[in-house]
Design a protein around this ligand. Structure first.
Ligand code: ATP
Length: 445
């Protein structure tokens, strides 16, 4: 069996996502809106499964992390204190010939130089002088549109965890070291949204802020870096496509003492999936100064008061969905035919099982099985087309198991389970079907 599992471009994946209901362009019938995307019936399930997998791993399975969910619009002073109002912009240039727009840091990165090139990489035309491009979306709160009422759509979820540090700590009586996590939408008016959902203007983040004693920064940084790196492997992403990349001094964000990115090798190069950073006490200090409120911590065991340092893990949900899809995509030659298959890890696959009657006459026992299975899994009932066609359709959306009810099975109380990856079939008793599937769908297989 010949397999092609390295996407050369995202085109085939983009088309599959639209055709099968994973991801659509936002407002497509009006020509789309650049940098915004909608999830279809399968996309929303995959996205939710990945988010739950993150939440369980980072929050529920740990004693030392609690969750929260903050509002998207926060007091504008939050963004002044965090440094975003003054400095959250990218430098951009336009090509005077072809009118393309670029981020200067991306031009330099792609050219492998410190300074960005002076001519357009696409058409060699002259580039304008670099200009600042503010990334925050502004809106107005209240009835008047004067400058008093300006507010921002949050460009990251992190700040809510800093400004609520004391609320959460007092309410839960958590002791440092402990973390606060949340997921939610963030908005950035990106200069160049591109590569499908990779760089969007509206996206969801999954962030953890872990508060530690300053002497313990390094060990907790190392711990979270490994922990987060292995999470991507547990999503089923191939190890050889993942790497850790420490930031150089000159690319560190203003708040970071050190940072390492988790990167994935996309068809368009190695790119960041997540940043793990030591933010020191920068954020708590800034908010203490700006609000005049106490955000320090008294440690009973040490008999010492201090402002905790923060180890941050900042991941993108939509970017992870894209990575999982890109990594799972494969085209195989099976005999005379080609099949497209999404080799999604069973525990996050949006549809886990499909039930097929071999022929229409078998609808009744098949529906009975379907009704039983859907109490436990996300299941499709499909009686349309030849059995081969039905298998191919499910392969293409990544359903790990198809269960076919046939006449032999009626006699001995069994059905055939077909495995998406090996295409092998096995007879399984109807009584044991739920347990059999549950075991094969779990991560701990
Ligand atoms: P870049 O320099 O590439 O613009 P960044 O380093 O500023 O991005 P962070 O602020 O560290 O990005 O964001 C943390 C995570 O949030 C990223 O690793 C990514 O997964 C996600 N993310 C950030 N911006 C976007 C975006 N425009 N679209 C989708 N996901 C994003």
């Amino acid at each position: 069996m010949k397999t092609t599992d390295q996407l050369e471009t995202l085109d085939a994946l983009v088309s599959l996502c639209k055709r099968r209901g994973y991801i659509f362009q936002s407002s497509e019938i009006y020509g789309g809106l650049n940098g915004f995307w909608d999830y279809g019936p399968l996309g929303v399930e995959l996205r939710r499964n990945i988010l739950d997998f993150w939440w369980n791993r980072v929050v529920r399975e740990r004693e030392d992390v609690v969750g929260m969910d903050a509002s998207i619009i926060m007091h504008p002073k939050v963004w002044e204190a965090s440094g975003h109002v003054g400095s959250f912009y990218d430098m951009m240039v336009d090509c005077m010939s072809c009118k393309r727009r670029f981020r200067t840091d991306h031009l330099a990165r792609d050219a492998g130089t410190d300074e960005p090139p002076k001519t357009c990489p696409e058409c060699s035309g002259d580039l304008t002088e670099p200009r600042e491009f503010g990334l925050m979306f502004e809106t107005h709160v209240g009835a008047t549109k004067d400058s008093q009422a300006v507010a921002y759509l949050r460009p990251e979820t992190a700040q809510a965890m800093f400004v609520n540090f004391r609320n959460v700590q007092m309410a839960t009586r958590m002791k440092v070291p402990f973390g606060i996590a949340q997921s939610g939408k963030a908005f950035r008016n990106e200069v160049t949204p591109r590569n499908f959902t990779f760089r969007s203007r509206e996206f969801e983040q999954m962030e953890l802020e872990f508060f530690v004693h300053p002497e313990e920064e390094r060990e907790w940084f190392d711990f979270w870096l490994q922990e987060r790196f292995s999470w991507y492997g547990d999503l089923g992403i191939r190890q050889e496509k993942l790497r850790l990349r420490p930031h150089r001094e000159d690319e560190l964000a203003h708040y970071a003492r050190y940072t390492s990115d988790v990167e994935y090798e996309f068809p368009f190069g190695w790119q960041e999936l997540e940043g793990v950073a030591n933010r020191g006490s920068f954020d708590l200090d800034q908010h203490m100064k700006a609000s005049g409120k106490e955000l320090g911590y008294f440690d009973d065991a040490r008999n010492e008061k201090f402002v905790p340092s923060v180890i941050e893990s900042s991941a993108g949900l939509d970017r992870t969905v894209l990575t999982v899809l890109a990594d799972a995509f494969a085209v195989e030659q099976v005999g005379e035919e080609e099949r497209t298959v999404l080799r999604l890890a069973p525990h996050i696959a949006p549809r886990q099982v499909s039930v097929f009657p071999l022929v229409k006459k078998l609808a009744e026992p098949s529906r009975k099985l379907y009704d039983e299975l859907k109490k436990h899994f996300n299941v499709l009932y499909d009686a349309g087309g030849s059995i081969g066609k039905r298998y191919r359709r499910e392969d293409e959306v990544g359903t790990p198991f198809c269960v076919t009810v046939d006449f032999d099975g009626l006699d001995d109380g069994t059905a055939t389970v077909r495995d998406r990856d090996s295409m092998e079939q096995e007879r399984v008793s109807l009584d044991g079907m739920v347990d059999y599937l549950r075991e094969r769908l779990s991560l701990e297989r």
